[in-house]
Design a protein around this ligand. Structure first.
Ligand code: 13P
Ligand code: SF4
Length: 375
């Protein structure tokens, strides 16, 4: 197993209490590791709950008490009543779990290197600067910031402070509607593709502008604020790699293929698909498919692999054929790390705890609560 070089990469990660995997955990054999994880879990009993995002590898998912999308998992964490929530996912998901759970519950992210690059594309400081520029250029426009769940807690808190909210890929259209009832313009962060796909869903595609935070001089802020929707120039590098010709190829290979993609895919890919939806929608669609139907899945490849195992009666194929769309951030949750954090808990030590700062936590929760009230 390889671990990232801390010297060079630490600045990429939001939490600086990262601890590397001790050397004795790096070469564990699968059978031994499974036995040790099971032994630790049986000692910890109800004190621990393991959550596995749909994109986690099989060796994590097979130990999870719940598998699901990012929002469902946070809700499970809050309802679980366990002292420790071990989150198989990425940093922003563990933060959301910490926000939603009680103060006496501790959230652990086995590897602190599991940071979603898209969440890192909208840093709160950078958003502050853009906000100052756009609002100063358009003082008469009421701009409502909406952030995708895939963002850090400080950005969620910023949105709450500025009268905005959080959304997920399942409720983005409802949250945009709400924002446009309460203001003139939505500033959507950080995923421009989900934002554009939502604008199309609402028939607002002719009133969309992009804001490039790396080139703020490139656009006239006052002109940008005249649009209904302003898209922050962030994207998911996994979903951005799907192309229209993947859909064409899969339909050529399978006459009756249905194509379903995540709305983080580019607009033209969503248009070429039969259905677009969150990972929960993708799971439900395949679960409800008739035996023998073919579904090509345009999302992170581990979910496609799980769906093949969970629904052998359906012909589930990856949309990308042999080209594996693998999320590097999700992959950082290695089963060796899982063994380590669990055995450390058995020994009474907490490793790699995710704790959102007080103040920021309450505001981030307010932004998430607004979403729940809307949709
Ligand atoms: P979900 O919110 O559908 O779980 O998706 C999370 C994600 O990271 C998509 O790339
Ligand atoms: Fe982030 Fe994309 Fe990975 Fe999801 S698939 S965690 S959005 S990089």
């Amino acid at each position: 197993m390889e671990t990232t070089d801390i010297e060079t990469d630490l600045s990429l990660f939001k939490y600086d209490n990262l601890e590397q995997l001790p050397p004795e955990y790096r070469e564990l054999e699968r059978d031994e590791r499974t036995k040790r994880i099971e032994a630790a879990l049986s000692t910890l009993g109800d004190d621990v709950v393991i959550l596995g995002h749909n994109y986690q590898r099989q060796e994590i998912v097979e130990h999870a008490d719940f598998v699901g999308d990012s929002y469902q998992l946070s809700v499970e964490a809050a309802e679980a009543d366990a002292d420790y929530v071990v989150f198989g996912g990425v940093t922003f998901m563990a933060e959301s779990a910490d926000i939603i759970t009680d103060d006496d519950q501790t959230v652990i992210l086995p590897s602190m290197e599991a940071s979603c690059p898209m969440a890192g594309m909208a840093e709160a400081l950078q958003v502050d600067a853009a906000w100052a520029e756009i609002t100063a250029a358009a003082p008469d426009d009421d701009i409502v910031p909406i952030t995708y769940m895939n963002s850090y807690a400080d950005l969620k808190a910023f949105c709450a402070e500025q009268g905005g909210a959080v959304c997920t890929s399942s409720n983005a259209a409802d949250v945009f509607d709400w924002a446009l009832e309460n203001g003139d313009t939505v500033l959507f962060l950080p995923d421009k593709h989900l934002g554009e796909n939502t604008a199309y869903e609402l028939g607002l595609e002719d009133s969309v502008a992009e804001w490039d935070p790396w080139d703020p001089e490139g656009k006239d802020a006052a002109e940008v604020a005249e649009s209904d929707i302003v898209l922050w120039d962030g994207y998911c590098q996994v979903h951005e790699r799907f192309r229209v010709d993947h859909a064409e190829q899969v339909r050529e290979d399978h006459d009756d293929a249905n194509v379903i993609v995540h709305p983080e895919c580019r607009r033209e890919v969503v248009e070429a698909a039969d259905v677009a939806g969150s990972t929960a929608t993708i799971c439900e669609t395949v679960a409800n498919a008739d035996p023998g139907e073919t579904w090509a899945i345009g999302t992170e490849v581990h979910l496609t692999n799980h769906l093949q195992r969970w629904h052998p009666e359906v012909n589930v194929v990856p949309l990308c054929g042999e080209a594996c769309m693998d999320c590097n951030a999700m992959r950082q949750i290695d089963p060796n790390y899982l063994t380590w954090v669990l055995e450390e808990l058995v020994a009474g030590r907490e490793r790699n705890v995710i704790e959102v700062a007080p103040g920021e936590k309450e505001l981030a929760e307010l932004a998430m609560d607004r979403m729940l009230d809307i949709a």
